[in-house]
Design a protein around this ligand. Sequence first.
Ligand SMILES: C[S@@+](CC[C@H](N)C(=O)[O-])C[C@H]1O[C@@H](n2cnc3c(N)ncnc32)[C@H](O)[C@@H]1O
Length: 490
Amino acid sequence: MSIEPIAELTDISTSPPPTNPSVERDTLYEKFREKIVVNPMLDRTLVSYQGNQNTPFYHWFKYKEGFSEGLVHYLLKPFEPGTLLDPFSGAGAALFAASALGWQTKGIELLSVGIYATQARLAASRVNTQIFKQTVANLLPLNFAEYYDQAYSLKHIAITKGAFPEEEEQQLVGYITYCKQMVNDTDTQTLLLFAAFCILEDISYTRKDGQYLRWDMRSGRSLGNIPFNKGPILTFQEAITRKLKQIIADFEGICVQQSLFEDVTPPRTLLTNPEMYQGSCLDILPHIERSSIDVVLTSPPYANRYDYTRTYALELVYLGCNEEQVKHLRQEMLSCTVENKSKRDRLESYYKFLGREIEFDLINTTFQQQRALQEVLSILDTYLAQKQLNNPGIASLVRNYFYEMCFVIYELARILKLGGTVIMVNDNVQYAGEEVPVDLILSDFAQSFGLTIKHIWTLNRGKGNSSQQMGNHGRTELRKCIYIWEKENQ
Ligand SMILES: C[S@@+](CC[C@H](N)C(=O)[O-])C[C@H]1O[C@@H](n2cnc3c(N)ncnc32)[C@H](O)[C@@H]1O
């Protein structure tokens, strides 16, 4: 199966040669130069959660790292439905959009946040709308504080203490108590509890901001130099009312649509249910059968220091994670923060345990021999020794990220059927002024493991470009990319 963008592509291979080259990265750039094309069908809105702003189901929980439904539809258009895997499935956008098109889907996700959102989405596809609406009508007038039961209180961790105004947390816990004790229909209960999960940020003093949770000055927590005001903080009652109304409006909108177009697949119906695995894909992928997957559609964490366990700390606490569990998850994540420790020894023991030492050696060697990567690592190590990195953990972040991605890509190549395709969304990064061409390095790993690099699609304008860099739309651009790799029938 070959996949071509629907619109005409602009070839950037005629761009002027890069300035200030670094030998190995330049060589790698030349190797894949013709594959790097701007795909005008892709824009920032489509290639991000923003594209879901008005999409039923998808806009209930703001998982900012999630795919838009439109992107999944666009990317899957050239394929006949088969088996699709997303090894970093997040809130499940790829799985749900593909399931509704008739794909068998499998997802792997480490964080309970994404798993919970996926389960809630499944509950939404089954729930009886009338029961749900009636239950909401019964509960909205209540003063939830009257139902407060200590047994359901949130067990805060250090980074979430004081995140909610006290009276709002009381309302929240009262609401949880009411749902758990008074609502018997399982899917209705799941969806009601999910509605509260979706509004945690709105009723808190925090805002998800880049790599961490930002605290509003009204929280009274120690703050940085610049006082931050997140704007209106909703009361629990306001926020839950708004969220439940949004959910009901979506159900009603979809019912109208269904009755108007009876021959159209009801969007609420999933043609197949996703098969979910909770855990690290580094552990789970080696157990997936060889040559069993038609399409991998995924977006791994980016190598950009973004810490999911901090950003989603409120949600993790809501789901019952304690301090130790959050710390453990932070280490289990694909390394993308300065705190991540190397998983090399663990991966070596694991592959030995599976009787796959030879494959471990192959993956390890592929990592060691990727010259552009070793060039970046050696420069970062030098900067580290010269104390020129603004965080000493950056060199190991980059090393660990690629080490782990090398295993992921090896496994994806192994489990793909002949003729199968990997579609991966990722961003390039830059540290201490050094470009890390994530797209090229990962594509080179993929090629080493037998995949053919079809395209490295970039968005019209990469992020973080100075106008000077944009004049040279080449190696120095921080590209935001979608890679298309194929396991060709030889
Ligand atoms: C860029 S997000 C993907 C979002 C997803 N495409 C969606 O639509 O929601 C990356 C996801 O990888 C997950 N993740 C990080 N490390 C992981 C690991 N080792 N195994 C499985 N999932 C992991 C994160 O929790 C996060 O949800």
